[in-house]
Design a protein around this ligand. Structure first.
Ligand code: LLP
Length: 421
């Protein structure tokens, strides 16, 4: 459920008219709903309620500081995957003991900065990375709390580019080698092994792969404990999918997911962490854009928008579907139109949808891509020297620009022309 609903024929974000925001901010822009973000966070938090736990928002999904502050104030931890994300989490005041550092290639500098700035744990993905953490921590006279990310060799049954839990993927260490890697880690100076980490992929719409992976983690916990390792914490990753179409079969709810966690690993008495990104931010954000032209082709009509693939790359990159709705509600019973929905960028990949049935719109009309809150703004670029689009947040009756649109000068002046030119 989200808070983007029509009110007297105009799409509203909570209590604010999207058309009014567009008039003030200009298009295109991303728009987030505070109530939806909080609702999704709370669903997870409550779903794990019976176990000691921390919901660490995977901030790669949407990392504007206003979003982070909203969630951190509600009690969320953060899952970060780079020095930049770590700095963002610190900048908004997330307590160090709520920051988990994931990612396959942490540099010495990132490890150093996180250790000196403070963190909850590193999720370690390889032996060389473990050695690097040991080296940096020892040189600082510190002990780094670590979990090891195991790759359970489970098929997440999601898009190939976002599946991470099969043995052919670059993530984690094979679960079959966990025993020796834990022994190796335990013998290293500057390392304190505290748990196990697993993440099998994103946009999972079925609980079975989670169940398979978590059962393997439960067995591994018992095995490692019998070898003397103090396994107190299980980081079970993110990945629960969201409905991208309203006609879609609904993916499992966080409550079902919580019950599954309880059933598979609850008996171990571990502290549970999860790292959801998409389910918290995805349906809490839309991309608002204006129709520039409706162009009649030979056998199709093109809807040319002022948003492009640089603003929302998911359709071009993953063949992702986003519902497109008009800001002014269609007249009930009106015949839908069929469009190829495209942006103005100079390549055919700049296509959001082909043959999309949707309400008829005209040049100048506003439309919105739904479910664009996760992996939208964060994956955007300035391709074609198109400014990164603003981000706006709504809270009840209020709205605020939380990242302004840069001017052309601001973009251009970032370049430096060398002295020989
Ligand atoms: N934890 C780890 C270690 C991850 O790699 C990810 C996502 C998450 C948590 C959060 O997963 P989520 O709950 O959001 O599914 N750009 C792609 C998605 C990439 C996901 C990468 N890892 C997309 O637009 O679909």
């Amino acid at each position: 459920m989200d808070h983007f609903l029509y009110n007297e024929g105009v799409l509203h974000a909570e209590d604010v008219s999207v058309a009014e925001i567009a008039a003030e901010v200009g298009t295109p822009f991303y728009l987030y709903s505070t109530a939806t973000l909080l609702r999704h966070f709370t669903l997870f938090d409550e779903a794990l309620g019976s176990m000691p736990h921390l919901v660490c928002y995977a901030m790669k999904a949407a990392s504007n500081q206003a979003i982070l502050r909203t969630l951190a104030d509600a009690g969320a931890g953060m899952d970060v995957v780079s020095g930049g994300e770590y700095a963002r989490a610190k900048a908004v005041g997330v307590p160090s003991e709520r920051i988990v550092f994931s990612g396959v290639g942490k540099t010495h500098q990132e490890i150093h900065d996180a250790l000196t700035g403070g963190l909850r744990q590193f999720n370690v993905e390889s032996e060389p990375e473990m050695e690097a953490i040991s080296e940096v921590a020892s040189s600082l006279g510190m002990e780094a709390p670590v979990t090891i990310r195991v790759n359970p060799d489970v098929d997440a049954r999601t898009h190939a580019k976002i599946a991470t839990g099969k043995s052919e993927n670059k993530f984690g260490i094979p679960i079959s080698r966990a025993r020796e890697v834990y022994a190796m880690a335990a013998a290293l100076p500057g390392i304190r092994v505290i748990g196990i980490d697993v993440h099998i992929g994103s946009q999972l719409t079925d609980l079975a792969p989670f169940e398979a992976a978590y059962k393997k983690v439960a067995d591994l916990t018992e095995m490692l404990r019998s070898e003397g390792h103090d396994i107190q914490r299980l980081d079970l990753g993110g990945g629960l999918g969201i409905p991208y179409t309203r006609s879609n079969e609904a993916p499992p709810l966080p409550t079902d997911y919580g019950a599954l966690i309880e059933r598979t690993v609850g008996h171990l008495g571990c502290e549970i962490e999860i790292e959801p990104g998409r389910l918290i931010a995805g349906n809490a954000g839309i991309l608002v854009t204006r129709v520039i032209y409706v162009k009649s082709g030979e056998d199709r009509n093109f809807l040319i928008l002022d948003a492009a693939m640089n603003d929302l790359i998911r359709p071009a990159m993953y063949e992702a579907h986003h519902d497109i709705i008009p800001i002014v509600e269609a007249t009930p019973g009106a015949e839908p139109a069929t469009y190829d929905v495209v942006g103005p960028v100079c390549e055919s990949g700049d296509t959001f949808a082909k043959g999309r049935h949707m309400p008829e719109v005209a040049a100048g009309d506003l439309v919105a891509f739904r479910s664009a809150g996760a992996y939208g703004a964060v994956m955007s670029s300035e391709y074609n020297t198109r400014p990164l689009i603003p981000e706006v947040m709504v809270h009840g009756h209020q709205f605020a620009v939380i990242r302004a649109r840069p001017t052309f000068d601001e973009i251009i002046n970032r370049d430096t022309i060398p002295q020989w030119l």
